[in-house]
Design a protein around this ligand. Structure first.
Ligand code: UTP
Length: 411
């Protein structure tokens, strides 16, 4: 779009202020701004009115409990599951996607979260821990798992450079592909899109549910299909202990015939702040801890076991054909209030210390709900659950380090 067309497009949505400093930009900046403005999905702004009116855009259905294949059951069937999993891995049917497009704001580290060094006597980066874990599978099945790393516009170059500088942490470079997730505009409380500079709209990664459509756009779904991939796991960057595509888990999901498998952890106590895997109107779903009623929190079976008892850890395995089917459906867009740095009307860059606007996010949990069937697979918390969200306290660098040491990793 040229200047006039872009202006008209923006004006239709009351966003022509984006071009306010256009004449002050050089030619390259002008071109970049027109390109960015033209590629932004302004129809998202329509959702704000509903949100501000308090309309319940995310109305939930009726929840019911969903059990899990437990640690004890998995131990009994370990051999059979592992055999199925190993075969599928050897046949190249299983790929993995590392979701590393987030901004990691809680950690307060000014680089991609995976670059965080948790070593004490040596360098040990979060990315490195994940690759080390996946290498256990590579060694067991004698072949590399195709690994796709999702970055964002903000951290892509730094992430790729870091992996390259570290020789992919020993992974085969022929089996790693990086791709960028889509971005969404950031909007101030007045409904106007924020600028991060005179020539740049403030944008943020469009949430951890944007990965599959971004992979499709990047041509990677075709790439997977041409390699014969049938299942795809998606996992978070910050859980340094998680096992990725371990044969027993792969075999359990494949044997179940479910559309998706979800690694889950038994709640440490009924009020633990984790999203619980359950059913919603008969479909798999994740009920956030703040959505749980007191009755759900305390509901027990006849043996006294809590019924809403398994929290998700953001480690899933999807059937690729089902992912393609749901990709055609529209996912709900969540609006979240955040602190968004911006250029104010006087041209001063402001870093707010309280939320000042909205971001638009797609969530992976909505992908689970679009599936028909899900296998919850219990993991041992002390082996596999060490998320790094904060510098200290719960789910922190400190707690993750302690768990790594407990699992025999030298820091
Ligand atoms: P979180 O929800 O913990 O978000 O992400 P975050 O951005 O890493 O951290 P905070 O909330 O700002 O502190 C869970 C996983 O989803 C990925 C993250 O990289 C992490 O692996 N993610 C999140 C994306 O890949 N893209 C996004 O847009 C958001």
């Amino acid at each position: 779009m040229n200047y006039r067309e872009t202006y008209d497009y923006l004006k239709k949505y009351g966003q022509e202020h984006i071009l306010r400093c256009y004449e002050e930009l050089n030619d390259a900046e002008k071109e970049a701004l027109l390109l960015q403005a033209g590629s932004i999905d302004l129809s998202l702004l329509g959702l704000l009115d509903e949100y501000r009116r308090g309309a319940d855009v995310m109305a939930r259905g009726t929840f019911s409990p969903l059990g899990a294949v437990t640690v004890e059951e998995i131990a009994e069937k370990k051999e059979a599951f592992s055999e199925v999993g190993l075969k599928a891995l050897k046949d190249g049917k299983i790929a993995a996607v590392l979701l590393a497009g987030g901004q990691g704001t809680r950690l307060g580290f000014d680089h991609p979260k995976g670059m965080y060094n948790i070593g004490e006597t040596r360098d040990l980066y979060i990315f490195e821990c994940l690759i080390n874990n996946l290498m256990d599978v590579v060694r067991a099945c004698g072949t590399y798992v195709p690994l796709y790393v999702m970055t964002s516009e903000i951290n892509h170059d730094e992430t790729v450079r870091f992996f390259t500088e570290h020789d992919m942490f020993g992974y085969s470079k022929d089996h790693i592909r990086f791709f960028k997730q889509d971005m969404a505009p950031c909007v101030g409380y007045d409904g106007r899109i924020l600028m991060e500079d005179k020539g740049r709209i403030a944008v943020s990664p469009n949430g951890n549910g944007g990965w599959f459509s971004s992979m499709q756009k990047a041509g990677l779904v075709d790439d997977m299909e041409s390699r014969g991939v049938e299942y795809l796991s998606a996992f978070a960057v910050d859980n340094v202990c998680q096992r990725i595509n371990d044969p027993c888990w792969v075999g359990a999901v494949l044997s179940s015939g479910c559309d998706v498998g979800a690694k889950v952890v038994r709640k440490a106590d009924p009020n633990e702040r984790v999203g619980v895997l359950c059913l919603e109107d008969g479909h798999p779903s994740i009920c956030e801890y703040y959505e749980m009623t007191e009755e759900m929190i305390t509901l027990k079976d006849e043996k006294g076991t809590l019924l809403y008892n398994f929290g998700v850890i953001l480690n899933y395995m999807f059937r690729l054909d089902r992912l393609k089917e749901i990709a055609a459906k529209s996912m709900p867009v969540h609006i979240v209030e955040k602190k968004i740095p911006y250029l104010d009307a006087d041209g001063t860059f402001v870093k707010p210390d309280a939320p000042n606007g909205y971001k638009f996010e797609l969530l992976i949990l909505d992908m689970i709900h679009l599936m028909d069937t899900c296998l919850p697979y219990e993991i041992v918390r002390d082996h596999e659950f060490a998320p790094i969200k904060n510098p200290t306290g719960t789910d922190s660098v400190v707690s993750a380090k302690a768990l790594l040491v407990k699992n025999g990793v030298t820091l």
